[in-house]
Ligand binder design. Structure first.
Ligand SMILES: Nc1ncnc2c1ncn2[C@@H]1O[C@H](COP(=O)(O)OP(=O)(O)OP(=O)(O)O)[C@@H](O)[C@H]1O
Ligand SMILES: [Mg+2]
Length: 257
């Protein structure tokens, strides 16, 4: 496993929110964390990137123990975190926001790579980010995360507040990152969208892993459907969404990405 968490407990102050978490992300995998509001997904994301220190347990990245390293040190090793709520700087331009993502100073080659991935960023490089739509802001947040040339990208709720069409677009892009060799740890409340692109998934409930497995198995599990995928009308709408996403993914593959 590229990333491995062993028996991780973590929280705020001395109060644990996560209890005995064990999980892994393999090279070139998209692994999703599914869970309700307050389950502990963001806490887990922050513990991996170093914004929070675990109370107990160990974290390994490419065989190296990292749980006592700073966020900056983990970023240099190749772990980038795109936080929940995007947290881009609204008063700054796209160029300035992207520059914040490079720990080693300007990187024109990587900037080009990111702009090929998100052409809208190239077009609006000198525009102030606060005027962007939610989807464009999310692209900028992901773009900033990619500026450090990460090997593991942690994405926390990239679908938050986006329309179904934009969710589909963002998730297609995330699948495209895997095609370019990145590993992704994806925390999402939108379980259907996340499971549609993920290789494997962990269900987090009250800070514990209660279920894990292949994403396709979880997508078809009645238990997951009842708890996380919605029922009735919502399912019908989401099924359309999944079909649209699958079509886009095929197109993406066809485009040679
Ligand atoms: N900064 C904080 N200080 C204290 N408690 C916090 C803090 N952030 C989160 N918590 C608590 O930790 C628990 C897990 O929260 P977390 O944000 O990790 O959940 P989540 O699964 O990401 O939820 P959501 O889907 O709403 O983003 C919740 O009970 C929350 O109230
Ligand atoms: Mg969260």
């Amino acid at each position: 496993m590229m990333l491995e968490l062993r028996d991780i407990s973590a929280g705020y102050g001395s109060d644990a929110v996560l209890h005995g978490i064990g999980l892994g992300v393999g090279a070139g995998e998209i692994v999703t964390l599914i869970g309700a509001n307050g389950a502990g997904k963001s806490t887990l994301a922050k513990t991996v990137s170093g914004l929070l220190s675990p109370l107990t347990g160990e974290i390994y990245f490419e065989g190296k123990r990292i749980d006592r390293l700073t966020t900056a040190a983990r970023l240099k090793l190749g772990i980038a975190h795109v936080p929940e709520g995007r947290q881009i700087f609204a008063g700054m331009t796209v160029a300035e926001n992207l520059a914040l993502g490079t720990p080693r100073g300007a990187d024109a080659e990587q900037l080009d790579w990111v702009c090929d991935l998100f052409p809208v960023l190239r077009e609006r490089m000198e525009s102030v980010a606060g005027n962007f739509s939610g989807g464009q802001q999310q692209m900028l947040a992901i773009g900033r995360g990619l500026m450090s040339r990460p090997r593991l990208l942690i994405l926390d709720e990239p679908s938050l507040g986006l329309s179904p069409l934009l969710v589909s677009e963002i998730f297609t892009l995330i699948a495209g990152l895997r095609a370019r060799g990145l590993s992704v740890l994806l925390a999402e409340q939108n379980a259907r969208a996340a499971l549609s692109i993920a290789d494997r998934a962990y269900v987090i409930e009250n800070g514990r892993v209660t279920l894990s497995g292949a994403a396709s198995d979880l997508l078809h599990s009645p238990e997951i459907a009842a708890r996380y995928l919605g029922v009735g009308v919502a399912t019908a709408a989401s099924a359309d969404q999944s079909a649209a996403m699958a079509a886009r993914l095929r197109q993406f593959a066809w485009d040679g990405v």
